[in-house]
Design a protein around this ligand. Structure first.
Ligand code: CP3
Length: 354
């Protein structure tokens, strides 16, 4: 018998992947899973390729970015890759004097605190980050049907590093500026929104299938302050990249009280940490969004049976959601046993496919 005519495609591409289907709130064969910070220090193969190469230098080398991004996909069989970079890369690219200090995080030599300092935040041009365009191109070619998630830091979280000059527990300089000079603060966040949107644009234009906006530290704010001082800038970022039609994910830590407002900022998918059960997170975020989360990354240090029980609890809480992407409630902790992560991926896949 003759073969029926086919549109013979070697690969359908990522469009029909469980991850993108879940982002679009379509039925999935299994719950997709990926981990924030899945590439990095939990993997011996990462430590090996990074030997003697500074973090920010590695982010500017497409060969290394490609290899490091692929490592967790190969090892854990996660449903999506996340582009290997850091939230401060676009700031470095426009000439901000910052570095990532091992074991500390991003450190800015001259913090941004005055109107005169604002001028140092010039717009980001695609040519500032040619290595990103190149690396995303290499990655999408290698990844086939596995989607690539691009990302950026959200204006508030970027501002916190720029204003504090480094990591901060209480964000006192940041809040002093936000409360003390609302006009300057709004201009700062607006510039950061433009830089962030331009950086996401580069990644999507080069082939990223989805993007995540990390507002890691915004949980430090009360809802009224978030609404007045942060939401407009984050909404500007989501609006600016909407035309591409790729799913936009929004995530922060300790944001239980902000989930409703974060939903309003415009993302298609909202991430939650482990402090709010997924069904409650979905109620707070409101209708029309997929949810991502939310196993406590520290649970991976408990015995295997406990990890499975806790992972099953996440799946159960998310059972009736139209779209759920399994993730941790924050990034993989550096000393996590990689085998526990591999087992977790397999568990989520089999458990959710029943
Ligand atoms: O796998 C992935 O998720 C992609 C890689 C990634 C990195 N940073 C690599 C990295 C991503 C998504 C980020 C985002 C990032 N960077 C965020 C948002 C996510 C979050 O965790 O909330 C934040 C707040 C930063 C700022 C930052 N950069 C911190 C707090 C640190 C850790 C400092 C330390 O050493 O403990 C970094 C450095 C960094 N970024 C590392 C990696 C792999 C570690 C440095 C190294 O390996 O040499």
């Amino acid at each position: 018998a003759e073969e029926p005519p086919t549109t013979s495609r070697r690969s359908g591409g990522p469009a029909d992947s469980a991850f993108l289907r879940a982002c679009r709130r379509e039925p999935v064969p299994h719950t997709p899973v990926w981990f924030m910070r899945q590439a990095g220090r939990s993997l011996p193969e990462y430590l090996k390729v990074r030997e003697g190469i500074a973090m920010l230098d590695s982010c500017m080398r497409p060969d290394l970015v490609t290899e490091i991004t692929l490592q967790p996909v190969r090892r854990h069989k996660v449903d999506a890759a996340i582009y290997f970079s850091d939230i401060v890369v676009p700031l470095k690219a426009i000439g901000i004097d910052l570095d990532i200090k091992p074991g500390v995080g991003p450190v800015v030599e001259r913090p941004i605190r005055t109107r005169a300092d604002l001028a140092r935040l010039r717009p980001l041009e695609p040519d500032d980050v040619k290595y990103v365009t190149e690396a995303v191109g290499m990655l999408t070619a290698e990844l086939g049907d596995t989607p690539l998630i691009g990302f950026a830091g959200a204006p508030f979280t970027l501002a916190s590093y720029l204003v504090e000059g480094g990591p901060s527990r209480n964000h006192e300089h940041t809040k002093a500026l936000m409360y003390g000079d609302p006009q300057l603060w709004a201009e700062l966040l607006d510039r950061l929104a433009d830089i962030t949107a331009a950086f996401l644009d580069v990644q999507i234009s080069a082939g990223a299938s989805a993007v995540q906006l990390f507002d890691s530290w915004v949980g430090a704010l009360a809802p009224d302050d978030y609404r007045a001082s942060v939401l407009p800038a984050s909404a500007k970022v989501f609006d600016a990249v909407a035309r591409h039609g790729v799913p936009r994910i929004h995530f922060g830590v300790g944001t239980g009280e902000l989930l409703g407002l974060m939903g309003r900022a415009g993302a298609d998918v909202v991430g939650a940490d482990w402090r709010v059960p997924m069904d409650e997170a979905a109620r707070r975020v409101g209708p029309g969004k997929a949810l991502q989360g939310n196993l406590d990354p520290a649970v991976l240090f408990a015995p295997r049976q406990v990890v499975e029980t806790k992972a099953r609890e996440v799946l159960t809480a998310a059972r009736d959601l139209p779209g759920h992407i399994f993730n941790l409630g924050h990034g993989v902790l550096p000393s996590t046993d990689p085998e526990a992560l591999t087992r977790l991926v397999e568990f989520v896949h089999t458990e959710s496919a029943r």
